[in-house]
Design a protein around this ligand. Structure first.
Ligand SMILES: CC(C)(COP(=O)(O)OP(=O)(O)OC[C@H]1O[C@@H](n2cnc3c(N)ncnc32)[C@H](O)[C@@H]1OP(=O)(O)O)[C@@H](O)C(=O)NCCC(=O)NCCS
Length: 217
């Protein structure tokens, strides 16, 4: 059994705990030791499995109790910040991939970095690539030759068509869709329910059908 700590204890972190229990129901593989929360974060809600420890330095004194870390935070920029800090402080810890048993993908052509989380009901077809710390929430589809870039997040029920490349730290809101052959730039945000029909430049927020740059009134 690999002993892991989930980073975070909020809503998504508790969903990751559920994901681990579903993986273990098929093949017992992961022992959830605890949730680790930075002393600046405020966890809310009941947690499932493992105690909540409000200080990363706990890991310095308890190195032998944890083999790997799993990211339980769904905001790309926060993920990037915390993973960078934790990899620097604890370089020997591994970042296992967590793939729900219901996820469908072509085992022969799908590629994975590390720390990838794929939640229940998602489907990736052929020649897809999930780069380091990519996260795909419930019931998403990812078409052929598509890449989900480092630290990028697909919220539930997103549809990514074929040959779409997401850069680093992209956030795709719930139910959004991207048409085929597009590039979505690093740190871009796609609003919930949007349909992306054109390339999106780095750092831009787009929303609507078709998706356009978001102008606040
Ligand atoms: C696009 C998004 C990031 C914008 O957030 P924001 O910068 O805080 O924007 P605001 O909420 O202030 O809204 C600004 C304007 O854009 C509109 N807008 C916001 N999100 C929109 C969307 N997804 N589609 C269309 N219009 C949207 C608002 O109605 C508002 O319009 P108004 O100025 O005419 O009143 C956010 O609304 C969003 O969709 N996030 C994804 C959320 C998600 O996936 N949640 C699930 C978590 S599991």
């Amino acid at each position: 059994m690999k002993r892991v700590a989930i980073i975070g204890a909020g809503g998504f972190a508790r969903e990751v705990a559920w994901l681990i229990s579903d993986i273990n129901a098929v093949t017992p593989a992961i022992d959830l030791v605890c949730h680790l929360v930075s002393d600046l974060d405020h966890a809310t809600g009941p947690h499932t499995g493992g105690m909540v420890i409000h200080d990363f330095s706990w890991l310095e004194e308890n190195q032998s109790k944890v083999d790997g870390l799993v990211m339980g935070i769904g905001t790309p920029s926060t993920k990037f910040r915390l993973v960078t800090e934790l990899r620097s402080r604890f370089p020997e810890k591994t970042w296992p991939n967590l793939i729900h048993p219901s996820v469908l993908f072509d085992a022969g052509s799908t590629r994975f970095g590390m720390g990838v989380v794929l939640c229940a009901g998602s489907i990736a077809t052929v020649n897809t690539f999930f780069d380091d710390f990519a996260m795909v929430n419930l019931k998403c589809t990812i078409g052929h030759e598509s890449t989900i870039g480092p630290y990028s997040v697909l919220n539930p029920t997103v549809n990514i068509s074929g040959n779409v490349t997401l850069g680093e730290q992209v956030l795709v809101g719930t139910g959004a869709q991207a048409l085929q052959n597009l590039r979505i730039g690093s740190r871009a945000t796609i609003g919930a329910g949007s349909v992306v029909t054109k390339d999106v430049p780095d750092g831009l927020t787009v929303a609507g059908v078709p998706a356009k740059p978001l102008h606040k009134t």
